[in-house]
Design a protein around this ligand. Structure first.
Ligand code: FRU
Length: 716
């Protein structure tokens, strides 16, 4: 469309009037599948406009419509140019949206007249982190009136932020009002909470809370210009009675966002909390904001601690803090105060926690063992740091941070364990080496403070994700034997089984698939769990659209190892503690179902369901499940399970299908009863449907039996 307009004005020889106010003219809005008559050189721009964020890119926002120029095609390494046909300058300004890399003359947009650059602009970013938001900018081109010109978008940068994003190029006489820069407001912290108005999808601006020259908090936020979708609480408890300066940059023109920030005694009204329509009821999610990875999973002083990657100020990824929740039983979680805030070393990326029983770190006091958090400060460069606590509620960052200097550009997600046989701490650290070589470096320390690399586990080059981010390393017994094995996994769940002598991990298997769903990423296991249990919680990538929070974590699972014909494999089973959620349990069967037969499982009407079902299928059998409107299908011949739109291999032995299914408001999690298969899938059941049904479409199902449990909410 855009391209057609630009062409129209050139081919049609638009009559130019250098008069008062002409209507704005869109030069390019990149909504088509191709760039039309723009000339593409190199690979960076792909074959046409991007329709959103590209694989491996942080979430892009701020573009108009569906399409925009995004030179991340082929990643940061690709280069190229994109050049418009000639057009005539017939307005006083050219406005546009621009984002991505801020490398002068390398990731930029130029205005060319007679082939010479007469105006230029680049994106905002040159350091890791930053934001993929496109911002408004404009050129005053009044002095070029009547000239023939071209727009050229350039990406000749190949390192970090080696890409440029552009959209909505408009010729106009009055440029759109520029965002407000450096706006300030003074407040006195006379109440504990600062409440910040948020509009999901609104224009992002930068906000700081300052005391004099000291920056106490800093973050990006979609500050609502008027009526907010929700209020993001910021704890001002530490600065009571003080004068604070609220500072905002790039606040939308005319926005009341900063004026509307208010102080309150309460952070979040209790009424309606945890009852929101898309609030998961069996899974933990933060009260407000976004979560991704679970962090610092640990049992300390009688409580399970779940820290998590948290954006307290938006429902998308960003501003990484460590949020914090505690539980006595892994079922009911209480969210407590934010544990780690971004600081001068960077945002708080993922990491782990240990109980330092022998006080090797010296952080303990009066015989109390400290809880130690080991995390990535994702500044430039990223480093590994410590924080500690004696009460499990308040955290002090170690004054000697960082404890591990940057190894290469990308290193993050330290997972620390105590290795008793060698009497030292071992850290598994993700290290991304050049050319996308993913490795896990193993470091050792006597005291958590000083670390030495002891070995490197080589990963894949290129696309493979085994060992990409969030490693975890632990030992497990093999069921039914006296054997033990070590397991090393990465963020996508792929794992290797092997041996670890305190220095080197030796895999005995090829990398193995850890799950067969879609919504699983960056899982972690608990340190110090009672009874030596190995309990895992994953980030469950299940969105809650339109809510003041987004995403959740998976139900806790107990890990084990089993001998199979293919070798030793990891098993996952929902923790037994979840039985506490069963409100009403109805056993059913055994009964036989022929083709056309249907069985409501059982006469249970429930919104939240746990279903355990087993049956013997004929080799040609096809059975379907209706999980409150979320469709499921198992094809015995192909040994394939489909849940919602996701199809996966699901091998069964001798036609015996044995499933454990959890149905929540934003997801379905399915386990095989032998623990060898696990499929978490994001799906929103039909709010009006409260039944779960099994039907046989082909073949037959014998001895259909099990239990259906109506569950209560874990928040009550
Ligand atoms: C995995 C991850 C980690 C990183 C964190 C940042 O989802 O990318 O590698 O520490 O998220 O939020």
């Amino acid at each position: 469309m855009s391209i057609i307009r630009i062409m129209g004005c050139m081919a049609g020889g638009v009559v130019m009037v250098a008069s008062a106010q002409n209507k704005d003219k869109v030069l390019a809005q990149f909504e088509g599948d191709t760039y039309g008559e723009w000339t593409i050189e190199g690979k960076a721009f792909g074959t046409g406009p991007a329709k959103g964020t590209l694989p491996g890119q942080m979430k892009v926002s701020g573009y108009v419509g569906k399409g925009f120029v995004n030179s991340f095609s082929g990643g940061d390494g690709a280069t190229g140019t994109l050049t418009s046909p000639l057009f005539t300058i017939d307005r006083k300004h050219i406005s546009f949206l621009i984002g991505g890399g801020g490398w002068k003359e390398k990731t930029c947009m130029n205005l060319l007249v007679d082939g010479k650059v007469v105006r230029n602009a680049e994106g905002p970013n040159v350091v890791p982190g930053g934001s993929e938001t496109l911002d408004l900018a404009s050129w005053d081109v009044a002095d070029l009136f009547g000239k023939k010109a071209q727009i050229q978008i350039v990406d000749v940068a190949t390192g970090g932020w080696g890409h440029i994003n552009v959209d909505q190029i408009v010729a106009c006489d009055t440029p759109p009002p520029a965002p407000q820069r450096n706006v300030t407001r003074e407040v006195t912290a006379d109440k504990r909470w600062l409440l910040l108005p948020v509009k999901n999808g609104g224009q992002k601006c930068k906000v700081e809370v300052r005391s004099g020259a000291e920056v106490l908090r800093f973050f990006d936020i979609e500050l609502a210009e008027g009526e907010p979708d929700w209020w993001a609480p910021l704890d001002a408890g530490a600065w009571q009675g003080k004068k604070l300066t609220l500072w905002a940059d790039k606040l939308a023109a005319g926005s009341k966002g900063l004026e509307n920030v208010r102080l309150a005694d309460e952070d979040i009204p209790k009424a309606g909390l945890y009852e929101e329509p898309l609030r998961p009821q069996l899974h933990f999610s933060p009260r407000r904001g976004w979560n991704n990875d679970p962090n610092g999973l640990v049992f300390f002083n009688g409580e399970y601690h779940l820290f998590f990657q948290h954006n307290p100020y938006g429902t998308g990824w960003g501003n990484m803090h460590w949020g914090h929740a505690v539980s006595k039983d892994l079922v009911q979680w209480t969210e407590v105060d934010e544990a780690l805030y971004p600081d001068a070393l960077g945002p708080m990326f993922s990491g782990s926690a240990v109980v330092d029983h022998a006080n090797t770190s010296g952080f303990g006091k009066d015989g109390k063992a400290p809880l130690v958090l080991i995390y990535t400060a994702a500044g430039n460069p990223a480093t590994q740091c410590l924080a500690y606590s004696l009460d499990g509620r308040t955290f002090t960052k170690y004054a000697g941070n960082p404890v591990v200097q940057n190894i290469t550009g990308g290193n993050r997600d330290p997972k620390v364990i105590w290795h008793a046989p060698t009497g030292r701490w071992i850290m598994a650290l993700y290290v991304g080496r050049p050319e996308k070589l993913h490795t896990v470096e193993l470091l050792a320390s006597p005291n958590l403070l000083e670390w030495t690399t002891v070995s490197v586990v080589q990963g894949d080059k290129g696309g493979g994700h085994y060992l990409y981010e969030c490693p975890d390393l632990f030992e497990l017994p093999v069921a039914g034997s006296v054997e033990k094995r070590w397991v090393l996994f990465g963020a996508d769940g792929q794992y290797a089984v092997g041996a670890f002598d305190g220095t080197t991990f030796k895999p005995e298997s090829e990398r193995l698939k850890g799950h067969c769903g879609t919504a699983y990423y960056a899982a972690q296991t608990f340190d110090n769990a009672p009874g030596g249990r190995r309990i895992l919680i994953t980030w469950l990538q299940a969105p809650s659209p339109g809510m003041p929070f987004n995403q959740c974590v998976g139900i806790p699972q107990e890990l084990g190892l089993s001998h199979t014909s293919g070798g030793v494999r990891m098993t996952r089973r929902p923790v037994l503690e979840l039985k506490a959620l069963r409100e009403r349990s109805v056993p059913f069967g055994p009964s036989d179902l022929a083709a056309g037969g249907k069985r409501p499982l059982a006469d249970v009407e429930a919104e939240l369901v746990e279903l355990r079902v087993a049956c013997e299928l004929t080799p040609d059998a096809e059975v379907t499940l209706d999980l409150r409107g979320v469709p499921g299908r198992f094809e015995a011949g192909k040994q394939e399970l489909t849940i919602a739109k996701h199809k996966t291999a699901w091998p069964v032995k001798e036609g015996r299908l044995e499933l454990i299914v959890y149905v929540d408001r934003t997801c379905v999690e399915i386990f095989s009863q032998d623990g060898l298969h696990y499929a978490p899938v994001a799906a929103i059941p039909d709010a009006a449907k409260k039944t779960v049904t099994l039907a046989v479409e082909k073949g037959s199902a014998k001895g259909v039996q099990g239990e259906a449990h109506a569950l209560r909410s874990c928040w009550k």
